[in-house]
Design a protein around this ligand. Sequence first.
Ligand SMILES: Nc1nc2c(ncn2[C@@H]2O[C@H](COP(=O)(O)OP(=O)(O)OP(=O)(O)O)[C@@H](O)[C@H]2O)c(=O)[nH]1
Ligand SMILES: [Zn+2]
Length: 301
Amino acid sequence: MSRFGNLDLGLVVRGHGRHYIVEDSEGKRRVCHPRGKRSDCVVGDMVRWAETGDEGVIEAVEPRRNLLFRQDEWKTKSFAANVDQLLVLVAVEPVFSESQLARALIAAESAGISTRIAMNKTDLPGVASARARLQPYRDMGLEVMDVAFVADREGSSALLNPWLRGKRTFVMGPSGTGKSTLINLLIPNAQAQIGDISVALNSGRHTTTTTQWYWVDSERQTALIDSPGFQEFGLQQIEPMQLPLLMPDLRAHADHCRFYNCTHQHEPGCGVREAVDAGQINASRYRIYGEILQELGSKRY
Ligand SMILES: Nc1nc2c(ncn2[C@@H]2O[C@H](COP(=O)(O)OP(=O)(O)OP(=O)(O)O)[C@@H](O)[C@H]2O)c(=O)[nH]1
Ligand SMILES: [Zn+2]
């Protein structure tokens, strides 16, 4: 136990630049300031904090179970810590980027976080082709849930709720796929949870510009963590040799290669390329692998 072990434990539910909103064990939220670099924290962190009047000071961050993050060439951005699972939300429209989807799944895989995909707006006519684009993901064992948060509210909740129950789920999805609709569907008091503190701190800015923690139930057991700004992101934290192992469809063939350090790009006797030629690995998944590998390679080789 750290020397702050006698302090109360709080949960970081939101970050605002250099300060954070911390929820105490009773569910009360207050603004907290980190003391020094030591307490750099992210949403989902458990922290030891002490009261200073109406506010608080974060003395220490508890060890993390996991950390979901992106690493671009120059900067690292943490999405959240200590999450149980990831929900990647895509929609029939706007058409989702497969590269973006692949990157989210790789980041989760490397953080040891299990993932499901939900495809929203399945009431729209483009549903068949959107489903076809997700087939490689189904084939590699990912669960894909068909939902329609506006067109089929009850069916969508009934599908999602059992999977969400008792878990802390991080939600990622490109703009316009229906994340706000999802939050409002499952959490009728969502706006109230953002609360006056956040609104004041944001000084009138739109409140979905930072990651936000929502409790689905009043017992505070089931949480959705909503993150804004999902774009193509870097995976510089990953070793090039690890990359195929984080892509289950490639991984299934990566140990059939003649060379133990095969990059699956040009080597003879490559099990991955044979599987691509045989149609067992989807060609666009293999192309995305090559693109990400090249990004990682430009750093190292
Ligand atoms: N047809 C159809 N439209 C839907 C469905 N669910 C959400 N939409 C619409 O999709 C649009 C985008 O939904 P939002 O919930 O605002 O999307 P968002 O992901 O929060 O978008 P940002 O706020 O830009 O991040 C809205 O016009 C919704 O009404 C659905 O089941 N079917
Ligand atoms: Zn190979």
